[in-house]
Design a protein. Sequence first.
Length: 369
Amino acid sequence: MNKENVLDKLKTINYPGFSRDIVSFGMVKDVIVDEKAVIVYLNITSQNEAKKQEVVKNLKQVLSEYFVKVSIEISGDAPSQAPPIEPQQQAHPAILDNVKHVIAIASGKGGVGKSTVAANLACAMAIQGKKVGLLDLDIYGPSLPIVLGLNEQPEMTQDKKLIPLEKFGMKVMSFGFISGNETPVIWRGPLVARMTEQFFRDVKWGELDVMILDLPPGTGDIQLTLTQKLRMSGAVMVTTPQDIALADVRKGADMFRKVNTPVLGVIENMSGLVLEGEVEGDVSAMTINGENVDLDNTGKFSFTMDLFKTGGGKKESERLGVPLLGKIPISPEIMSATDAGVPVAQKDPDSSLGQLYHQIAQNLLSSLD
Ligand SMILES: Nc1ncnc2c1ncn2[C@@H]1O[C@H](COP(=O)(O)OP(=O)(O)O)[C@@H](O)[C@H]1O
Ligand SMILES: [Mg+2]
């Protein structure tokens, strides 16, 4: 363990009552690492002894896994006359405090299949036993109502909180649910950023393991609001294999990087067309577009035709140093399932396409835990 590793561990410790960690609050002044011992110098200006003690306890618990001796020095070097500064005055108050992981599904441009990926991953995680929330933040082109076949208005509680709709065992919310005529005035704010924030604050999400955010394409206001207001576990970039989509995804990924949100991986969508078929009679060899097709001894074949350039997702994931989480082919099934309001991962979890989404969901979850 070096200093960097220790700091990474400290980033998992939140200041009591906040969803923000002690490192990002600037409370860790220094770390000195010896082979078997570590000293952490903290600066906590709060006078709240209980909170300090809780930080010390959590810190010891985390670091004693790696060191025989863990020492902690706390100073509070605010001028003694000045009132103690609680972090909430410096930072944004915690939102989505009861949500373990927030994952944004992002892309550089529209139409690459972001909403389809978001809905399928959310369904897969719910089937895998997680408490899942799915939030469609595409204010100008919400697609969750169609993708999940939902056409209801959410109800409101007495204290003006919206109750998310339930579908396929998950909680879902979309601007598409509330953009009708009866939209409550508080939801009609002119500022997209403000509206986005309300989706977190004024929706009764309850406790969740994962919240999947279906972002609008690009690097606009919503993305910025998000990164400023939320502690996101990371972003998944969806791209098609073509170069133009890739150039856009690069911009998006670089934005997340700049604001310290890790990019968890890249998904290449519409990555080739799978042709399946069967030949009759005595056929020993076959080609499609000049490429050899493997025939099994019953004459069945499965051939992936790369309609667009292939390998783009892989190239981009390598450049970003993140995993290529999966390649999802173009498939009429995916499209018709989405249009029918039941994502493939929900309708046919055991099919090869269903498995693909389930595998990606599983990999994502284990990379977070
Ligand atoms: N792998 C795929 N195969 C076939 N159609 C797809 C695939 N992924 C998405 N689509 C279709 O492409 C269209 C755009 O997808 P969508 O998820 O709405 O994209 P985005 O949210 O990025 O704008 C939809 O009609 C959807 O059904
Ligand atoms: Mg969309």
